[in-house]
Design a binder for this molecule. Structure first.
Ligand code: SAH
Length: 348
């Protein structure tokens, strides 16, 4: 079995290089090719001898993302990729251009097992976790394809990042490494549906990233109906965990709230939400739900979204309504993969 070289830290790579009886300085060279340049094949490491490249190729594999589909939004240049992995599994990533630079939204798992009722990624359950290399290579593949430098990362694609905790932690370490892409933790957001023990574990790491919590409801009744994870870790556990997270890291939490018509978008819900989050160092991000055929969720009208937001702002909360980037290209995670998986089934 060849070893996954892209998931190795520089120190681990150095140990592996020494084990092959190569000079130590080779590891920095190889690491540079892998993480600064983003090569996908040892043959591209042109300052290594041919025989060394062949030796590396015998011992290691460089996981990469192959572009299966690339869709560019007509409205705002948001780019959505459907990538295939070495075993043929499909994942999605989205690149968004903001005033401050390029952001990549990466997937952390193939599928998802959290079961949120409005989400396309979870409809067929989880297939497997992504390796750190496979999360990294989404960024590297996008940079390479678009010939741009990515400055921000959001872990908001397919999958539940805290359900793949160790690999995601290693991804964070590698992507923020000064010998690699050197993306500051302050430019990284991690979104969770609320896996409480892992929020606690993340707090202990005391990272400077932004934690986004997909709240989507102001009480257990509505939240459990929308998000099965709430039955395991209800609001009485989630909210204190968020408070403890902020106390430990001094970082403001971002609460995501997808507005679904008739479900969680009334002013009574806004009131309850204000009471739930009162006094917390937080930010509320409202998202008109992206309609996914299979879920039957309908998006709230712009007027309802505005009223909901205005109520919360009036109570002193920092509120934004998420810009609807790429709404013409199925940018809601999981939708593109489903379409292509369905086509694959039809043609086999
Ligand atoms: N599993 C993580 C991250 C992936 S989803 C989480 O749950 O946070 C990223 C965000 O998109 C989450 O806030 C999720 O609730 C939201 N989301 C999923 N499907 C959506 C849809 N159809 N419309 C709007 N937001 C959606």
């Amino acid at each position: 079995m060849k070893k996954d070289i892209l998931s190795m830290t520089l120190q681990e790579l150095t140990e592996a290089v020494l084990a092959l009886e190569l000079p130590k300085y080779r590891s920095a060279q190889i690491y540079h090719w892998l993480h600064k340049v983003g090569v996908t094949d040892f043959s591209e490491m042109t300052d290594l001898s041919l025989s060394l490249r062949e030796r590396l190729n015998d011992s290691f594999v460089i996981f990469s993302c192959n572009i299966e589909k690339k869709i560019i939004s007509e409205y705002d240049n948001t780019v959505k990729y459907l990538f295939s992995l070495h075993d043929g599994e499909l994942i999605e990533s989205v690149v968004m251009k903001y005033k401050y630079g390029y952001t990549v939204c990466v997937s952390s798992q193939v599928g998802c097992r959290m079961g949120c009722r409005f989400c396309a990624s979870t409809l067929s359950g989880v297939v497997r976790n992504l390796e750190p290399a496979e999360i990294l290579s989404q960024v590297y593949a996008a940079e390479r394809d678009l010939n741009v430098r990515v400055s921000h990362i959001v872990l908001m694609g397919m999958g539940e990042p805290l359900d793949n905790f160790d690999n995601v932690m290693r991804f964070l370490q590698l992507i923020s490494d000064e010998n690699g892409k050197n993306i500051s933790m302050r430019h990284i957001s991690l979104s969770t549906c609320g896996v409480v023990p892992r929020i606690n574990a993340l707090a202990q790491k005391d990272l400077q990233l932004t934690l986004s919590v997909s709240l989507h409801a102001p009480n257990n009744e509505i939240r459990s109906a929308m998000m099965p994870v709430n039955k395991k870790w209800p609001l009485e556990e989630l909210i204190p965990a968020c408070k403890a997270y902020t106390a430990k890291t001094s970082r403001r939490i971002s609460f995501e709230y997808a507005l679904v018509s008739g479900q969680n978008d009334s002013i009574a819900c806004a009131k309850e939400l204000a009471a739930l989050l009162r006094g917390m160092l937080c930010h509320i991000n409202l998202i008109p739900v992206n309609e996914v055929k299979e879920t039957g969720c309908k998006e709230s009208s712009p007027e309802t979204v505005k009223k909901f937001g205005d109520y919360l702002s009036g109570k002193g909360f920092a509120v934004t309504v998420r810009r609807r980037l790429g709404s013409d290209i199925n940018a809601a995670c999981g939708q593109l993969r489903r379409t292509v998986e369905a086509d694959r089934k039809e043609t086999t």
